[in-house]
Design a protein around this ligand. Structure first.
Ligand code: UDP
Ligand code: MG
Length: 326
């Protein structure tokens, strides 16, 4: 049987505190997989340094000189978790039969990696890691996350609940993924869209090994907002709906004002003022909503900026050399 090349992609932003531990744990896992003949010995752990300002890149480079599994890519500036992840996936895809993505803090259980690979051998193209319990997350994080999935579902966005970015993808799934060019990347929403045979593996989420979460509340909110607005125009429709409602109210208010004018007592000018304020306000809101609908669609299409820039790439250099030697 031909052994598969596995690449584990690990985005890192200022992770010098967790790096030594992470390298050691992932290398052990790799070693076991190689010993069990599940993967090719030349499989790699690809660390993506997302423009860290600490010594993360230095640690990656140094480690790669002595540890055969370790390699790295350095981005030219901090591009965010999702972009760092896609940078790793795109770099890895050419030379990997399958790729697993995992966060540097190893909050996700690395012991299910073996199950991921086995599922891949069983013919699955995508394996989602799904958190079984989230006891280690704060109550706040759990409830907000729950609300987020709820809202996304209501808006018709297909998400795997309690799945973050811990997953395996086959090479052909990665090639399919790289055809999604949107600037505002939300992998959890896109991956289920590409199809292929997929399955879930359950695990328990752990505490961060060390260091602090790079997702404070502000970033989390903007992440959630991005997730919603890049997949759905429901919020814009809501504006149109409010506008429509306000037109209806204006008709009712207008009728009342007219009735007062004809049969009751009113100040002069009050009726016409009321009617115009309500009506024009309603029409304006409705129009803004409608225009927004179009802008939303254009917005989705036109952004074609690069999502990240690679400063140095140890992985491809090494792989290219290997092929040359072979
Ligand atoms: N990360 C990144 N770029 C960023 C922020 C975070 O590459 O701008 C990485 C980070 O190093 C970690 C992963 O994304 O490996 C998830 O971040 P974190 O653990 O801080 O998020 P949380 O688990 O708290 O949601
Ligand atoms: Mg984390």
């Amino acid at each position: 049987m031909k052994l598969s090349y596995l690449t584990i992609v690990v985005p890192c932003y200022n992770e010098e505190d967790v790096f030594p531990d992470t390298v050691q744990k992932l290398s052990t896992i790799m070693n076991n997989l190689v010993l069990e003949n599940l993967i090719h010995p030349q499989s790699k752990i690809l660390f993506v340094d997302d423009g860290s300002s600490d010594s993360t890149w230095h640690l990656i480079e140094t480690e790669s000189k002595t540890n055969n599994y370790v390699t790295g890519v350095k981005l030219s500036h901090n591009s965010g978790h999702q972009n760092a992840l896609i940078a790793g996936l795109e770099t890895a895809k050419e030379y990997s039969d399958c790729v697993i993505s995992i966060d540097a803090d190893l909050q996700d259980d690395i012991h299910v990696i073996k199950q991921f690979v086995e599922k891949f051998h069983d013919g699955y193209d995508i394996v989602y890691g799904v958190r079984q319990k989230r006891d280690t997350d704060t109550f706040f994080k759990r409830t907000t996350a729950h609300m987020f999935y709820q809202i996304m579902r209501k808006m018709g966005i297909d998400l795997i609940p309690d799945h973050a970015d811990f997953r395996l993808m086959s090479q052909r799934a990665l090639y399919a993924l790289s055809r999604y060019k949107e600037d505002n990347l939300f992998l959890r929403g896109i991956v289920p869209m590409i199809g292929f045979k997929s399955t879930c593996v359950l695990y328990d989420r752990k505490e961060r090994l060390a260091g602090k979460s790079k997702y404070p509340l502000k970033k989390m909110l903007s992440f959630a907002f991005d997730g919603i607005t890049s997949f759905s125009i429901t919020p814009i429709r809501l504006v149109t709906f409010i506008g429509f409602l306000s037109v209806l109210i204006s008709i009712a208010a207008g009728s009342y004002a007219l009735y007062q004018e004809l049969f009751g007592h009113t100040e002069s000018g009050w009726t016409s003022l009321m009617i115009s304020i309500w009506f024009i306000g309603g029409v304006q809101l409705m129009s803004i909503g409608l225009i927004g609908e179009y802008i939303g669609k254009i917005f989705k299409e036109v952004k074609r900026r690069p999502r990240y820039t690679i400063e140095s790439d140890l992985f491809s250099t090494e792989k290219a050399k290997q092929i040359f030697i072979d």
